[in-house]
Design a binder for this molecule. Structure first.
Ligand SMILES: Nc1ncnc2c1ncn2[C@@H]1O[C@H](COP(=O)(O)OP(=O)(O)OP(=O)(O)O)[C@@H](O)[C@H]1O
Ligand SMILES: [Mg+2]
Length: 349
């Protein structure tokens, strides 16, 4: 039987980090797995102050892979970096005075419903009694100004700070306010960093309990800049069931770990279709990927949001489903997500 990437990850999932109960896969240390026929090549990268850890992990990983039935050549490359090097958390440059908690919504890839989750999380937190802001930092396709129904444009105050715009009671700031919708912007690396830093610095949020941040999809430099620039209190990772989610989610986890941002958990979006007429639940895609992903990463599973046409309608009309259909299963999932976020972020202080 041919080996799969999953067989390799399962084997590596038994390798514990020296001295700890957690394994190297859930830590996000396994960066690359390549299976060519029976041959397996693995790349592991770790940040640790323990100089022996690399050798131990490499030896244990080799042993775990050698135990795979039918395995051919094994290559294990293990890189170790000391914590104070490039991957150490950046000093908090701007703490956004007045904003108590900053929570990002992230995804390994686009189109999974990240903005929908961010918008509804913001509204659900608001309904729970918090004052809430929403920062759309998605340089590729900012959409919160539309999803939150912001009809006004942001104004600038006497101190030259940009004032967010009210959308369904949430203070919204989106790169979309500043972009011409007919002119797609081609961002290059340094430009993105500059624009984002400037943007984060120049907004006057006032007093907020929560700032929800809609991150650009993926796990590259732009995402890293934001996570460093805004010292985040936590991140929620959105996946979908049909997504081969584990690899993307692991990248997300590794990115946040690099900058010491706690991953609050994984939420699965578009998990099943609930018939609006008879209430029957159809699993259009396979189900349970989000829960499995969370388990494999060793982070909490924060629930699943069904497919609901009202989400598309609400998104286009600027009324998130938590506002338009508060009793729907999707809204209940978002309210539960908000409660889980509050528990994790406020409870751990
Ligand atoms: N649970 C759901 N049921 C039905 N439609 C949904 C659901 N979640 C999201 N959608 C729809 O899917 C589309 C993509 O969602 P959204 O814009 O939130 O994704 P995204 O991850 O932010 O995408 P992008 O990467 O482009 O920013 C939207 O039209 C949205 O209304
Ligand atoms: Mg989006």
């Amino acid at each position: 039987m041919a080996l799969s990437e999953k067989d390799v990850l399962d084997a590596l999932g038994k390798v514990k980090f020296p001295g700890l109960a957690r394994d190297i896969v859930s830590f996000g240390f396994v960066r690359r797995v390549q299976v060519t026929g029976a041959d397996v090549a693995v790349e592991i990268a770790m940040t640790t102050a323990n100089p022996q850890a690399g050798e131990t992990v490499e030896r244990d990983a080799r042993a775990a892979l050698a135990a795979l039935p039918g395995v051919g050549a094994i290559s294990v490359e293990c890189k170790v970096q000391a914590p104070q090097a490039a991957h150490a958390p950046a000093p908090a440059r701007r703490s956004l005075p007045g904003v108590r908690y900053k929570v990002a919504v992230a995804s390994g890839k686009g189109g999974v419903g990240k903005s929908t989750v961010a918008a509804n999380l913001a509204v659900a937190l608001l309904r729970g009694g918090a004052t809430v802001g929403l920062l759309d930092a998605d340089i590729y396709g900012p959409s919160q100004q539309l999803m939150m129904g912001c009809t006004d444009k942001p104004r600038v105050n006497a101190a030259d700070k940009i004032l967010p715009v009210d959308g369904n009671g949430v203070q919204v700031m989106s790169l979309g306010f500043l972009m011409d919708p007919d002119q797609p912007v081609i961002w290059r690396g340094p430009m993105v960093m500059k624009a984002l830093q400037q943007f984060i610095e120049d907004v006057e949020w006032g007093a907020l309990d929560y700032l929800v941040v809609d991150l650009p999809p993926g796990t590259g430099d732009a995402q890293l800049t934001i996570t460093q620039e805004l010292p985040l209190d936590g991140a929620v990772i959105v996946t979908t069931p049909q997504d081969v989610a584990l690899v993307d989610a692991r990248k997300g986890l590794a990115m946040f770990q690099k900058v010491n941002v706690p991953v609050l958990g994984v939420i699965e979006n578009m998990s099943a279709f609930v018939c609006p007429h008879c209430g029957e639940r159809s699993e259009i895609f396979k189900h349970g990927g989000g829960r499995r992903t969370a388990e494999q990463l060793g982070v909490p599973f924060l629930g699943d949001v069904p497919i609901d046409p009202a989400i598309v309608v609400g998104g286009d009309a600027g009324t998130p489903i938590v506002v338009s259909h508060p009793d729907s299963a999707a809204s209940q999932a978002f309210v539960a997500l908000a409660a889980a976020v509050r528990r994790r972020v406020e409870g751990e202080r």
